[in-house]
Design a protein around this ligand. Sequence first.
Ligand SMILES: O=P(O)(O)OC[C@H]1O[C@](O)(CO)[C@@H](O)[C@@H]1O
Length: 253
Amino acid sequence: MKIYKAENYDKLSERAASIIGAEVVSNPECVLGLATGSTPVGTYGYLKKWYHAGLLDFAGVRSMNLDDYKGLKPDNEQGYYYFMKQNLFQDINIKPENTHIPDSMETDSEKACSDYERTIEESGGVDLQLLGLGHNGHIGFNEPGEIFEKNCHCVTLAASTVEANKRFFERAEDVPSQAYTMGIGTIMRAKKILLLVSGKDKSGILNRVINGPVTPKVPASILQFHPDVTIIADKDALSEVDLQERKGRTIYE
Ligand SMILES: O=P(O)(O)OC[C@H]1O[C@](O)(CO)[C@@H](O)[C@@H]1O
């Protein structure tokens, strides 16, 4: 596990974009696993900037998003396809047919999830998966539970997730109660993983992710077992994290 300490959110975003940019340059047909939420917005900002500066070319890149709410139309402003279009896709030259996200309008959950898992497999698998961290340790929409879900599945969102995400909706009742998400197994099959964490309010959970026991009660703790995981966190997010030397851990200032 590599842990980068970033001075602030902007430096975190720049560092994350440089890792994604390096992937795109070294493998122009790479499969990027992308994330929504507020944390990666700055990273997408740098990718757009470097694309416009002629440093990055996304013409051959394919993308797989982690998750989407079940039942929201693709043009719904709270839907994750809309989010990706607004925050990244419309400003770079990725081909729309190369961008993938679970089918939020598919009412048959099993079909939506098995179709998406197949799409990922047929792409050859995710080369670099970007992740944000939920306050309860969720990654994608994998909420704390009794088991690590292997594949894409339909989840009922935790009350705390609905609470955290209601800021994006007009009314709390508008937050969908269910979502389709890559499973923990799907995420762990990515060749490389990049987890971004910002803010003091995530510090306690980040410490459990990095130093705590690996448990489905803290879904992101499974990342301790991934052979190629990089965490970029700002000072605030690291304020309660024990960063003592450990085997397999490298810390970059
Ligand atoms: O980056 P944020 O907005 O704190 O969200 C953290 C996580 O929560 C989600 O938005 C889902 O609730 C994820 O998509 C994201 O990784």
